[in-house]
Design a protein around this ligand. Structure first.
Ligand SMILES: C[S@@+](CC[C@H](N)C(=O)[O-])C[C@H]1O[C@@H](n2cnc3c(N)ncnc32)[C@H](O)[C@@H]1O
Length: 256
C-alpha cells in the first residue's frame, strides 16, 4: 500500500487538498519559501528534481525545512519509512550533505536496488515490532525519523512506539499523511479510537504529566522524552528531549 498520495495522483481516490479546501492553502502550492531570497532548498530540489521519482505533498516542504535545517552538514542519521522509487532518499542526501547517513525502510524488496553511497535500504514491515527492534539494533541511534510508509493507524503507532526510543535527544520524529486518521480504509474515522490523531492527543496529555493533580495524566517515558509537538496539516513533528520537571519562578519587583 502506498498511501494516499500515490492514490491521489493516480486520480482514483481522494482529491488533492487544493481541490477541496479554501483558505491560505487554497492554491495548494506555496512556491515561495519562507526563509529569504535563497528560498527553500528542498522545494527547489523537488521542483527541478534531477533524480528518482519523488512524491510529496507540496506544503510539506515548508515543514521539512523548518525542522530539518539544523541537521544539515552534520554527521546525522535519517531513517525514512516508505522508499517508493527512492526519490526522497536522494533528496535527503542532497539536502543534509556528505556526512549524512540515509536509511530507507520499505516492505517492497525491489527497493534494495535503490542503494547508493550514503543511502542504505532495509526491507521489512513497519507494523512488525520484531522487525523494528532488529532495525534499531542494525542502525543504532537516529537523529531524524520520517514515517512516510503505508499510513495505516497500526503502522504509524507501532513505528512511533518502537522508533521514538531510537531517536537521539535533540532529534525529531515526523509522521506524515495524518489525514488518513480520518479515512476508514486506513483504520481512521473522525475521533475514532485508535487513530494516530487520537493517539497524538493522548501524547499531549502525557507531555503534561508533571502537572497532574489526581494521578492523571501519569508521568511516562513520553513525559520525560517529548520536548514539543508541532501539529501541521497532515504532519506531526515530535521533538525528542530529555525533559525534567518544570519549575516556575518569579523575578523582578512587585508592581502593587
Ligand atoms: C508514500 S510511498 C513513499 C514515498 C517516498 N517517501 C517519497 O517521498 O517518494 C509509501 C511506501 O511505503 C511502503 N509501505 C507500505 N506499507 C509498508 C509497510 N507495512 N512497511 C514498510 N513499508 C511500507 C510502500 O511500499 C511505498 O513504497
Amino acid at each position: 500500500m502506498w498511501g494516499c498520495r500515490c492514490r491521489t495522483l493516480a486520480g482514483h481516490a481522494h482529491p488533492h487538498p487544493s481541490e477541496r479546501r479554501s483558505g491560505p492553502h487554497a492554491t495548494g502550492l506555496r512556491l515561495t519559501a519562507p526563509d529569504g531570497p535563497d528560498g527553500n532548498p528542498l522545494l527547489a530540489y523537488f521542483l527541478d528534481n534531477p533524480g528518482r521519482l519523488l512524491h510529496k505533498w507540496v506544503h510539506y516542504f515548508d515543514i521539512y525545512h523548518r525542522y530539518l535545517a539544523g541537521f544539515r552538514d552534520r554527521p546525522v542519521v535519517l531513517i525514512e519509512f516508505g522508499v517508493f522509487h527512492g526519490g526522497s532518499l536522494q533528496m535527503w542526501k542532497q539536502y543534509l550533505g556528505p556526512q549524512a547517513r540515509i536509511v530507507g525502510v520499505d516492505i517492497n524488496p525491489a527497493c534494495t536496488s535503490l542503494e547508493e553511497p550514503q543511502i542504505e535500504v532495509v526491507i521489512g514491515d513497519q507494523e512488525d515490532r520484531g522487525f523494528l527492534a532488529s532495525l534499531r539494533e542494525l542502525i543504532g541511534p537516529a537523529d531524524v525519523v520520517i514515517d512516510d510508509g503505508g499510513h495505516t493507524m497500526a503502522q504509524q503507532i507501532a513505528t512511533f512506539e518502537e522508533m521514538f526510543p531510537a531517536l537521539t535527544p535533540g532529534g525529531v520524529y515526523l509522521v506524515e499523511d495524518l489525514h488518513t486518521s480520518y479515512w476508514e480504509e486506513y483504520g481512521g474515522g473522525y475521533r475514532a479510537p485508535g487513530t494516530f490523531i487520537e493517539y497524538a492527543k493522548d501524547l499531549i496529555d502525557q507531555l503534561h504529566g508533571w502537572h497532574a493533580r489526581d494521578g492523571q495524566p501519569e508521568i511516562t517515558d513520553y513525559t520525560r522524552g517529548i520536548g514539543a509537538m508541532h501539529v501541521h496539516d497532515s504532519v506531526i513533528v515530535i521533538d525528542k528531549h530529555l525533559v525534567t520537571a518544570p519549575e516556575v519562578r518569579m523575578t523582578g519587583k512587585a508592581s502593587f
